[in-house]
Write a protein that binds this ligand. Structure first.
Ligand code: BG6
Length: 494
């Protein structure tokens, strides 16, 4: 199904996300025919710019980032418009009314409007109120939806306050909290793998699974985003949202049907069942780290404190590893080890399901572990690891693997996360967007970590390019387990 006729209003149109992600995503949807001709994009920001200037900036970005060219590019850009608005001044939003009336008229969009807040979070509460002051939130003339980028709040208290502010002017069915991890094809594939096969689900519980490892590793540092990142850290930037959503997909019960309510009921249940973290036990279950300067092949790699925009005495964590448990029937007693960090050896996001050993060692040599590796990125796929007989005398086992790579599915044109999520929002499908109760459950779970950190919880140093502080190995090793050290390519053994 294609997107319905609508006008997409992007607040923060002069920002990075707009030209790096949003406009490219809309352009690609247009190119493959998923947007019909009746759409328009109205960029909004404080900077003065004409429609022509905005078009030419976006045109340039598309040429640079997407190698766009030709008729599609020109036609797409003709749908772009711009309006300068002082976004913190409610009266200035009056300028949007005639602009939107005109666009709805030209493109016959029946008043359907999608607002995208790609602004600093301090405006998330302000923009809905200012839109409402001019009646731009009401659904009497077409639907009105609002997409909000993370972070949804800064902690439990501010998340609740933000929700109250937004809910004063938009109803929950109009609010789309975007978490781009949910738009990733392979995150969605977790559901299909689990619930469309009879093979895995019977084993997917505490009786057969020893532990679960979730890794979100990045090779890059904080780059130009030091200012933002320092107020956020790995916990708020990756764990509280992206990785907890992945965990919920791994652990959820089958939904009654695939629709937004049913799916989000199940993920929220998992998040509510996370075993509450306690200050007394946290230091045995949590490791925080910050990357230190390193010399590599004669080259100096900046430590976090040397990055632009980062105060020289910052204690913000760029790495975190946590052991947690889910208190429910399916998962009682199964540890989930989750880690994420910047400046690790490679970029990889994966889930590893470690199955229990055989109940009795028939052969003299210890059998290899059975594990299922779900590679979310970069080389999306699935690898099953198990033991087979080593050729020759005796009954020794060696680890072998059965690998599936997403790229083998020929003819598949994968939508990027932003393409998929923008399209879903235009179609009114909120299945892959975070619902308010799930967001609160995530904050409730991580609040003790924030408190631990605020009370001086230790942040260990680790060398840029390593797998994080050595203390993280101890976190998992006390039960004889080790972190997988994945390489960039899934097929390489590790
Ligand atoms: C963003 C974080 O939400 O996700 C970034 O703010 C992080 O710090 C990024 O780099 C990771 O996303 P992806 O899709 O590259 O794994």
């Amino acid at each position: 199904m294609n997107a319905k006729n609508n006008c997409i209003v992007i607040f923060g149109a002069s920002g990075d996300l707009t030209h790096r992600k949003l406009i490219p995503a809309l352009y690609n949807l247009y190119k493959i025919g998923r947007l019909n001709e009746s759409f328009s994009v109205l960029g909004v920001a404080r900077t003065d710019m004409t429609d022509e200037e905005f078009r030419s900036k976006m045109h340039q970005a598309l040429v640079e980032h997407e190698s766009a060219e030709g008729e599609h590019l020109e036609k797409f850009c003709s749908h772009l418009y711009y309006q300068a608005v002082n976004t913190s001044d409610a009266s200035d939003y009056a300028k949007l009314v005639p602009r939107l009336d005109e666009l709805h008229d030209i493109y016959q969009t029946c008043g359907n409007t999608l607002y995208y807040l790609s602004t600093p979070p301090s405006l998330y509460g302000v923009i809905p109120e200012c839109l409402a002051a001019h009646g731009l939130n009401t659904e009497e003339f077409g639907w009105k939806r609002i997409i909000i980028e993370k972070p949804f709040g800064y902690d439990m208290k501010t998340a609740k306050e933000l929700d109250i502010q937004i809910h004063r002017f938009f109803e929950e069915h109009q609010i789309y909290r975007i978490d781009h991890y949910l738009g990733k094809e392979t995150v969605q594939n977790l559901l299909v793998l689990r619930f469309s096969n009879g093979l895995f689900e019977p084993l997917w519980n505490r009786n057969y699974i020893d532990y679960v490892e979730i890794t979100g590793a990045e090779e890059i540092g904080v780059e130009q985003r030091g200012g933002y990142y320092d107020g956020s850290g790995a916990m708020r930037d990756m764990f509280q949202n992206h990785l907890l959503q992945v965990l919920a997909m791994v652990a959820m019960e089958p939904p009654a049907i695939i629709n937004a309510d049913s799916m989000r009921d199940e993920t929220a249940k998992v998040l509510y069942c996370l075993h509450p973290l306690e200050q007394e036990t946290l230091q045995n279950n949590l490791v925080l780290g910050q990357y230190a300067p390193t010399e590599h092949d004669g080259e100096h790699i900046n430590g976090y404190l040397e990055e632009k925009g980062v105060p020289s005495d910052s204690t913000t964590e760029t790495y975190m590893a946590l052991r947690c448990e889910i208190d429910n029937w399916r998962w009682a007693g199964v540890p989930f080890y989750v880690r994420t960090g910047k400046r690790l050896p490679t970029r990889v996001t994966e889930v590893v399901i470690h199955f229990k050993k055989t109940p009795h060692p028939v052969f003299s040599q210890e059998a290899p572990e059975n594990k299922l590796i779900l590679r979310i990125q970069p080389d999306e796929g699935i690898s099953m690891r198990f033991g087979l007989k080593k050729p020759g005398a005796g009954f020794d086992a060696q680890e072998v693997s059965m690998d599936f790579s997403y790229s083998d599915l020929s003819g598949a044109s994968l939508l990027t996360a932003y393409e998929r999520l923008l399209l879903d929002a235009m179609k009114g499908d909120a299945t892959l967007f975070a619902r308010t109760d799930a967001v609160h459950a995530c904050w409730k779970f991580v609040q003790p970590i924030l408190d631990y950190k605020a009370n001086g919880g230790r942040v260990y140093q680790y060398e840029a390019g390593s797998w994080g502080p050595i203390e993280a190995d101890k976190l998992i090793a006390h039960t004889g387990r080790i972190w997988r050290k994945p390489s960039g390519a899934m097929k390489e053994k590790s």
